[in-house]
Write a protein that binds this ligand. Sequence first.
Ligand SMILES: *Cc1c(COP(=O)(O)O)cnc(C)c1O
Length: 341
Amino acid sequence: MIAHFERPLSALELPGKVPLGTFPTPAHRLDALCTPQTAVYVKRDDRSGELYGGNKVRKLEPLLFDARARGKTRLLTVGAAGSHHVLATATYGRAAGFEVAAVLVPQPGSPHVVNNLRASLGRGLEPICARGSHEVPLQVLAHMTPQTAFVSLGGSSVLGTLGYVHAAFELRAQIEAGELPEPDVIVTALGSGGTVAGLAVGLEVAGLGARIVAVAVSSPVFVLEALMARLVRRTARRVGASPARALARVRVEGGFLGEGYGYATAEGDRATARAAELGLTLDPTYTAKAFAAALAEVARLEAASEPRVLLYWHTLSSAPMAPLLATAPAELEGELRDLVR
Ligand SMILES: *Cc1c(COP(=O)(O)O)cnc(C)c1O
């Protein structure tokens, strides 16, 4: 039952948005995964945008609005070379009329990662190569100008996180419209933390009861957890929600990480094959690990004494890459190549 919360969305101090995405994203049942005790649903944030989908779109809407409102004409962000965040920022930043630069750190190469980097360059990204995270702060300082808005790693500032506070209200409207039952558990990936933090605060404010299994995709896990917790506290304060209650919903799951950020795992590969049968495409870095954890959670819930509803929140773009690659360089050269070896 949805608690009728005292605070409608309109009462929250929410920022404006540059409308980039297609919302609400669909939510539907995954029949093949349902068990006697557990109904399994998916929230399709893979379809959050025409040009490019995934979870970065919701964060960029308030971030680009804010940059524009402050009269900025250029965005500078940070991320792994070939990251979804950098590609999303290049795609939507350029479409909204900004110049876009990013400090890029190396990550293990894969065809997916190489294509993301090529597509980012094709969208007009100004790449700034760093040899490791230790070089990021100096490179950022060196490339800031008065016209530049800095966009945090993964878009996970308080402002970007508010995009996922909104998403919880979108979910509530879908529950109220009968598109899905109220979930008991939401499973999603935990990277820079904005998705999980925004949902944790948003569920709280929207009066939904779900807890969140946040599947860590990089190490050390305790640092990831601390950064997410900080984001929950700052975002909760911003919208007047209880930080403690929002945080109490989240359990960080560190058991699906494998060797670390960007490294595939056998469990993730199996989850990817299973998801493909259901029409969902996963990536090795984030969603393979999150979906593997969701499958494990479904199995665990079988021991529960009453029926449960699990919602897997899908965060990887499923927009076709061909249009984004049409303007991309055929090959990566020099320093850029070395970033994704
Ligand atoms: C960035 C990303 C995440 C992690 O989201 P955060 O808000 O950074 O924690 C999960 N899945 C995919 C596909 C991503 O690109």
